[in-house]
Ligand binder design. Structure first.
Ligand SMILES: *Cc1c(COP(=O)(O)O)cnc(C)c1O
Length: 461
């Protein structure tokens, strides 16, 4: 029996000495404050989000955005009859993205192109892949290709070997053959899709080529501009079965438009038909939002099979996304960021992130035991390997473990296939995000220094 004076005390409550329900739902419920406190206690041992350098995802928004998103939590983004203003804001965001991504001057009206919000880039990639698949089927059929003969005409997708897992899912789910182009070093020393051989992977069964603006493994960029040239030459020779490019710009799509020095990678390139981005990466919204935009609102770009109209929510609601009901909060968060920061604001935030990346890359080089796989040029993602001359008896996996003791998450893992390289390359990677301020970076560099000294002592003596 709880004494009355302990009623408001968590530590004095009997629940503080009880394990939490894990397998079956408890028979009786509990007081809401208690439930909240207990669940917070379960989370105490989770890593601090801002010390997680493995993730690309946003961990900080402004308090005003938090409040706005809370106010939209109960809305259902798909119910465009009940929440027409949220639906309108979704369209504003799609439109702003289309404009940011270099739509041609005569195709800039919102009815000329089309897109949707998604739960993340995964849903965006899935939709981009499906649009390529159905579009290919129509083209193939019209050209007398027997698409039911999977032995000879199994559709294939061409992509760099360092694809994000969603593309593997796409190919498995829809029985599409994945043709992996190895990575190679380009003139700038960037490791990305090998442009010398990519077209060897293409044939009449190719539904399209995916170009990745922000290879998850390294932060490198596929050379979409060069790819567009190659595809254009191919299409001149194959006017009936032209190829198209989908750009997976999960991370780059919200960074490159605001910064100088990037080659054209978006709708400025003729054969780029669709682009996806994660709103929750450099779009600066909490996890749960992505976008896809198709350059033209045509059946060729986005086939009829992917356009649905729903009568049962009142009026007629158009739906392109795979997911149906979800909160409108993230759309509010994205629109807030667009109007709150504007292009200039995004530029300033990304510039800060760039400076942090420069500092980190410099610090890593000064240790004189690492080789940069991807430095601070391009996206603010830093990726390095242990130098052959490092002369240490520990690995990057040991460094990962050691840094974890200091609270930092810096993953180590092998890179996928690189042309003419037999040994797998083990790398470490840090994703510099807006929430990684210089103060945090400096702190990390100090701990990195201490961690390396500890490892040297532990393994060398
Ligand atoms: C993160 C990422 C994805 C998946 O995005 P989510 O928003 O997490 O679903 C797809 N492709 C690339 C290149 C990515 O970096």
């Amino acid at each position: 029996m709880t004494r009355e004076y302990l009623e408001d005390s968590f530590l004095g409550s009997r629940e503080a000495a009880k394990s939490m329900p894990k397998e079956v739902m408890p028979e009786e419920g509990m007081n809401p404050d208690l439930a909240e406190t207990l669940i917070k206690h379960i989370r105490l041992n989770e890593a601090k989000a801002d010390q997680n350098f493995a993730t690309f995802c946003t961990t900080q928004m402004e308090p005003q955005a938090d409040e706005l998103m809370m106010s939209g939590l109960e809305t259902n983004a798909i119910d465009k009859s009940e929440y027409p203003k949220t639906a309108a804001m979704e369209n504003y965001c799609v439109s702003m993205l289309g404009h940011l991504w270099g739509l041609p001057e005569d195709k800039k009206l919102f009815k000329d192109f089309i897109g949707t919000s998604t739960v993340g880039s995964s849903e965006g990639c899935m939709l981009g892949g499906l649009a390529m698949l159905f579009s290919w089927k129509h083209r193939a059929k019209a050209n007398g290709i027997d698409i039911d003969n999977l032995h000879e005409h199994r559709p294939n997708l061409v992509i760099v070997s360092a694809y994000q897992v969603v593309w593997e899912k796409f190919c498995h789910y829809w029985n599409v053959e994945m043709r992996e182009v190895p990575m190679s070093k380009d003139d700038n020393g960037t490791i990305s899709m090998d442009m010398d051989t990519v077209m060897d992977y293409v044939d009449e069964n190719t539904i399209g080529i995916v170009s990745i603006e922000g290879i998850t493994y390294t932060g490198g960029l596929d050379n979409t501009e060069k790819l567009n040239d190659l595809v254009e030459a191919y299409n001149q020779d194959h006017p009936k079965m032209p190829l198209r490019i989908h750009v997976d710009a999960a991370s780059g799509g919200f960074y490159e438009p605001f910064m100088e020095g990037f080659k054209p990678w978006d709708f400025r390139l003729k054969n780029v038909k669709s682009i996806n981005v994660s709103g929750h990466k450099y779009g600066m919204v909490y996890p749960g939002i992505g976008w896809i935009v198709w350059r033209e609102n045509t059946k060729e770009c986005l086939p009829e099979e992917l356009r649905f109209s729903v009568p049962y929510l009142g009026g007629s609601v158009d739906s392109i996304a795979i997911n149906f009901s979800r909160s409108g909060a993230h759309i509010l968060g994205q629109y807030y960021n667009f109007v709150r920061f504007g292009k200039e604001g995004y530029h300033e935030v990304m510039s800060n992130t760039h400076e942090v990346a420069v500092r980190l890359a410099d610090a890593l080089e000064k240790f004189d035991i690492f080789d940069m796989v991807k430095g601070s040029d391009g996206l603010p993602i830093i990726c390095w390997t242990l130098s052959k001359h490092a002369n240490v008896n520990w690995t990057l996996y040991d460094l990962e473990d050691k840094l974890k003791e200091y609270g930092w998450q810096v993953p180590a893992y092998p890179l996928p296939k690189i042309k003419n390289v037999d040994q797998p390359i083990i790398v470490s990677r840090v994703v510099c995000r807006p929430a990684m301020t210089m103060a945090i970076c400096d702190d990390f560099i100090e701990d990195l220094d201490a961690a390396i000294k500890e490892l040297n002592e532990k393994f060398n003596k």
